[in-house]
Design a binder for this molecule. Structure first.
Ligand SMILES: Cc1ncc(COP(=O)(O)O)c(C=O)c1O
Length: 366
């Protein structure tokens, strides 16, 4: 069986370091907050060449807290890419704002032309998702944001280490959010997330919101919430952050191998990379009209696949209440064709060859 993701194999490759890191947290009883969390926040900010990083409970909380910190007018609209995980939109509604969907382009990120169309007097912000590990066209988005006086939140949950014009994502908008869900390029051993910003006021505000509105224990300045990165996850992330670049490089090599070997199959649409972008291929997503048949064929050959995402956000039952015409969007039509091939540093070259050959057999190509 070729796994879509193999966290056990990854753990075994770094077992000694991880076991020691976790044991140290227990020895120091540094369970919530403490030196391991500080160390990770500093290392993660340094890794991204960003000033501030605030550890939180998960990526969804990061988005909610970041949005709250921006103090956007109640009921104003935030534009969200129609092709994303629900959290990108969910966070908007959870903080009393309204979701407005925007189509995606052939890179599966915000389509600039549709973005311009969706902006209206009630728009207050843009949720710029860097989907599948590829940076969105953030320069254009920032330009449009500036022209229309809109805040820009980067959802970098799938893009740890990705770059745009040689600059790490998370440094472009007003504020950025990361998820360390276990299967991410940088994944914890449980739920975890971080907010990143170069704005000290926003960083402080996020930290306050995430910690019951208090800087000093029992001195609550505002009503906040409990969303903190815990010591054990921080310690795991400290170990794994050191591997991130190497693992991202392997992901890129696998992507290159897939592209090189599948490029002649006309029926398949391969992911495209924007020239000035360093994609970290959180996912390698292809499109094929008869998606389910190919998935079944790969399954019979022992290859796991995924779909990201089988139902685009505007078509979800959860968003039935939004009366926005989205049927023209690529995002709402392409969701029937998407397939994610196995991706990650766990794959061997032999396994990649096997996957490619299985796909070629399906298309009866020698
Ligand atoms: C694009 C995107 N945004 C936000 C999130 C939410 O992160 P979490 O699962 O850590 O809450 C995810 C996680 O899957 C994601 O893929």
């Amino acid at each position: 069986m070729i796994k879509f993701l193999d966290l056990k194999k990854q753990y075994l490759s770094i077992k000694d370091e991880i076991d020691l890191a976790i044991q140290n947290v227990i020895n120091d009883t540094a369970f919530v907050g403490g030196k391991y969390v500080k160390e990770f926040e500093n290392s993660f900010a340094n890794y991204n060449n960003s000033k501030y990083s605030v550890g939180v409970g998960n990526g969804t909380d990061a988005l909610e807290i970041a949005l709250q910190s921006l103090d956007l007018p109640k009921d104003s609209e935030v534009i969200v890419s129609a092709n994303s995980f629900i959290a990108s939109a969910e966070a908007v509604s959870r903080v009393g704002l309204k979701v407005r969907f925007c189509d995606n382009n052939e890179y599966y990120n915000i389509d600039i032309e549709d973005l311009k169309k969706q902006i209206n007097p009630n728009t207050s912000a843009i949720m710029a998702v860097h989907l599948y590990g590829q940076a969105c066209q953030i320069d254009e988005i920032l330009k449009i944001g500036k022209e229309n006086n809109l805040k820009v939140i980067e959802d970098a949950a799938q893009a740890h280490g990705a770059e745009f014009n040689s600059k790490k994502v998370g440094n472009f908008g007003d504020i950025a959010c990361f998820s360390f869900y276990p299967g991410k390029n940088l994944g914890a051993y449980g739920d975890a997330g971080a907010i990143m910003t170069n704005n000290s006021e926003l960083a402080e505000k996020c930290r306050l919101i995430a910690n019951h509105g208090s800087k000093e224990k029992y001195h609550h300045q505002i009503e906040g919430r409990n969303s903190r990165l815990d010591g054990i996850n921080a310690a795991v992330l400290n170990v794994k952050l050191k591997k991130l670049d190497e693992w991202n490089k392997i992901r890129r090599e696998i992507a290159q191998y897939y592209v090189e070997n599948l490029k002649n199959i006309d029926e398949i649409i391969l992911p495209k990379e924007i020239e000035n972008v360093y994609s970290v291929y959180h996912l390698f997503v292809i499109r094929y009209k008869y998606r389910n048949k190919l998935i079944e064929h790969l399954k019979n050959d022992g290859v796991e696949t995924g779909i990201h995402y089988p139902i685009s956000l505007p078509k979800l039952e959860a968003y039935k209440y939004i009366k926005q015409e989205c049927s023209y969007m690529r995002a709402t039509n392409w969701d029937k064709e998407l397939i994610s091939l196995p991706m990650g540093e766990h794959l061997t070259i032999k396994e990649c060859e096997y996957i490619v050959n299985s796909i070629k057999n399906y298309f009866k190509i020698k």
